[in-house]
Ligand binder design. Structure first.
Ligand code: G3H
Ligand code: 13P
Ligand code: ZN
Ligand code: NA
Length: 310
């Protein structure tokens, strides 16, 4: 059966690595990720956004993930990414997910606590775990665009009260990552606030921390897209050595979506450019899947450090 993140996070914390949480939207993405995880013998979190549920429909995504479980027999958690309210969390808890995020980070501290606590009570009564969030990342998520000026780092002095009053199982924090493919312009110097992460970890011993907005925007994929008819502004993401460092600390879950999109698009574009006569979708979706698989193998082995942990 699908598992919660409880045991995978405990082992990741103790072992100094992180579990990859990859966004899934269709069969090829589910297969690419889980084939990679299988070859690396790694646990994996497959996460679904509200946009994914709208695009592929709840039941299709649950059944695709259950199929991946049948094929791989890995520890796989199915997680709701950025749940906006109690209702969507409840729908996912009732509908086969093992983990949900309630994203109350844009509410006041007290409202965030009240909303998160309500989700935790329902989730725990139904065998599900919950991720909360404190602090706001810059970038775009589910059509909400948070400008760099409105983004705010997590305040370490708030984390103990938030965790103890809500009962959340993990906490997403803002330390300088941001959502989307256009995090930083070339020439900018991405920095993560490891001092904040340290301070949070000190206040929450052994408690799993989550990083959102952790794509690295590999220049290899950007180039392939640009060279094959794509229009993509130059952009850079979070350097992988910084993610590796965070994974060695209290960070137990690292969210990756944009890198999957870039890899998939690079694979499809390269194939279509080289084979303009192809019109069987299998012909150009297979390289998208292959690119996703290669990316995820690289992340697991070289960035997350979770190879062999399944
Ligand atoms: O953090 C947002 C994820 O990348 C999901 O994006 O809402 O477009 O599915 P989406
Ligand atoms: P990226 O856009 O950096 O891949 O972040 C994804 C994410 O945080 C999903 O919740
Ligand atoms: Zn996110
Ligand atoms: Na870790």
């Amino acid at each position: 059966a699908l598992v919660t993140t409880k045991e995978m996070f405990q082992k990741a914390y103790a072992g100094g690595y992180a579990i990859g949480a990859f966004n899934v939207n269709n069969m090829e993405i589910v297969q690419g990720i889980t084939e990679a995880a299988k070859e690396e013998n790694s646990p994996v979190i497959l996460q679904v956004s509200a946009g994914a549920r709208k695009y592929a429909k709840h039941n299709y995504l649950v059944k695709l993930v259950e199929a991946a479980l049948l094929d791989t027999d890995l520890p796989i958690a199915l997680h709701l990414d950025h749940g906006a309210d109690f209702e969507i969390c409840k729908a996912c808890i009732d509908g086969g997910f093992t983990s949900v995020m309630i994203d109350g980070s844009h509410h006041s501290f007290e409202d965030n606590i009240a909303l998160t606590k309500k989700v935790v009570e329902y989730a725990h009564a139904h065998g599900c775990v919950v991720e909360g969030e404190l602090g706001q990342l810059a970038g775009i998520e589910d059509d909400v665009n948070v400008s760099a000026e409105d983004a705010s780092y997590t305040r370490p002095e708030e984390v103990e009260e938030f965790v103890s009053r809500t009962g959340v199982d993990s906490l997403a924090i803002a330390i300088g990552t941001s959502h989307g493919a256009f995090k930083f312009k070339p020439g900018q110097n991405p920095q993560l606030r490891f001092d904040i992460l340290e301070e949070v970890a000190k206040r929450l011993p052994n408690f799993p921390i989550v990083l959102h907005g952790a794509s690295s925007v590999s220049q290899e994929y950007v180039k392939i897209i640009q060279q094959n008819g794509g229009k993509l502004d130059d952009a850079i993401g979070i350097p992988e050595d910084m993610l590796r460092q965070a994974a060695g600390m209290a960070v137990c879950k690292i969210n990756i979506d944009s890198d999957l999109r870039l890899a998939f698009t690079a694979g499809v574009r390269q194939h279509i450019t080289a084979n303009p006569d192809h019109f069987d979708p299998r012909q150009f979706l297979a390289p998208g899947r292959d690119f996703v698989k290669a990316l995820v193998k690289h992340k697991i082995a070289n960035v997350l450090g979770s190879s062999g942990a399944a």
